[in-house]
Ligand binder design. Structure first.
Ligand SMILES: O=P(O)(O)OC[C@H]1O[C@H](O[C@H]2O[C@H](CO)[C@@H](O)[C@H](O)[C@H]2O)[C@H](O)[C@@H](O)[C@@H]1O
Length: 263
């Protein structure tokens, strides 16, 4: 963890206990990166620590590009935690069903066809992840394919009027529209006095920006951006953050420091 004034941030947060929310990206933030997206689970200690945070400090929310159903399965021990999937196009709140943003419904068949096409047209070594209303094309195990996969994804986005989101060795095609991690943050911080967001990737910068805007509009609002550092995402995330940790394994220790200050 880096910033010199981290003790002041922890103290100011603890003073706002009960009026805070803690938002977490999933892959690369709460779970170490793996070659196979299906084999990913939260890092040791994450579940227990998030349970403590939710009981003693404020609500915990997962905001990810994964489907809400996948996230719920990974956080089945935390049933009160809301999971926002597919950049906020899906949400599942405590005990409720998965709700899909109506704007995404027309894209279900588009994405199914697109996934089939990706499997047929992209070279061996590309991994196609079909997520019902988005498609991710991965090149982690064949990095040399990156430019070709990116070109294919750009062309399909233009052809089909989709949004293209780049990530860590992945290109993601998703429906057009303004829904993203930033819009989730804007909605879910209403009425609160403080929020933390933990992220590791460029898509998380939108969530950081939403916290910037919230803090600008309300000078008493405490916004804390935490970068989970990695060599793939470049410096922008770290430069935009208030605090950083060196990987998902270090997230519990930072939260434990915060819990230790909380009455
Ligand atoms: O918003 P996130 O929770 O960070 O999701 C972003 C993408 O995460 C997954 O891909 C990344 O993690 C994989 C598993 O470790 C890794 O193999 C891949 O290279 C990473 O890009 C997920 O599979 C994607 O669908 C998400 O878009």
């Amino acid at each position: 963890m880096g910033a010199p004034d981290s003790d002041a941030i922890l103290k100011a947060t603890a003073e706002r206990a009960g009026r805070c929310a803690f938002f977490f990206d999933f892959d690369g933030t709460l779970a170490p990166i793996q070659d196979d997206p299906e084999s990913v689970y939260p890092a040791p200690g994450i579940i227990d620590t998030l349970a403590q945070v939710s009981q003693r400090l404020g609500k915990v929310v997962i905001v990810s590009a994964r489907p809400a159903g996948f996230l719920r399965q990974r956080f089945s021990d935390l049933p009160d935690v809301a999971v926002f999937g597919l950049y906020g196009l899906e949400v599942q709140r405590a005990g409720g069903p998965v709700e899909t943003d109506p704007s995404a419904a027309p894209f279900v068949h588009v994405m199914r066809d697109l996934a089939d096409r990706a499997r047929a047209e992209l070279p061996a070594g590309t991994l196609v992840e079909y997520k019902r209303i988005s498609v991710a094309v991965h090149y982690r195990t064949a990095p040399q394919l990156g430019p070709e996969v990116e070109q294919w994804a750009k062309e399909r986005a233009n052809e089909l009027g989709l949004r293209l989101q780049s990530g860590r060795m992945v290109l993601e095609l998703k429906p057009p529209g303004q829904r993203d991690k930033g819009s989730v943050l804007r909605e879910e911080t209403e009425g609160l006095s403080c929020a933390w967001y933990f992220g590791d990737d460029v898509a998380d910068l939108r969530a950081f920006a939403a916290l910037d805007a919230r803090a600008e509009a309300d000078p008493d609002f405490l916004a804390v951006r935490v970068a989970v550092a990695n060599a793939e995402s470049g410096q922008a995330l770290i430069e935009a953050a208030d605090l950083h940790v060196d990987g998902p394994e270090d997230v519990p220790a930072l939260l434990e420091r915060l819990l230790a200050q909380t009455p």
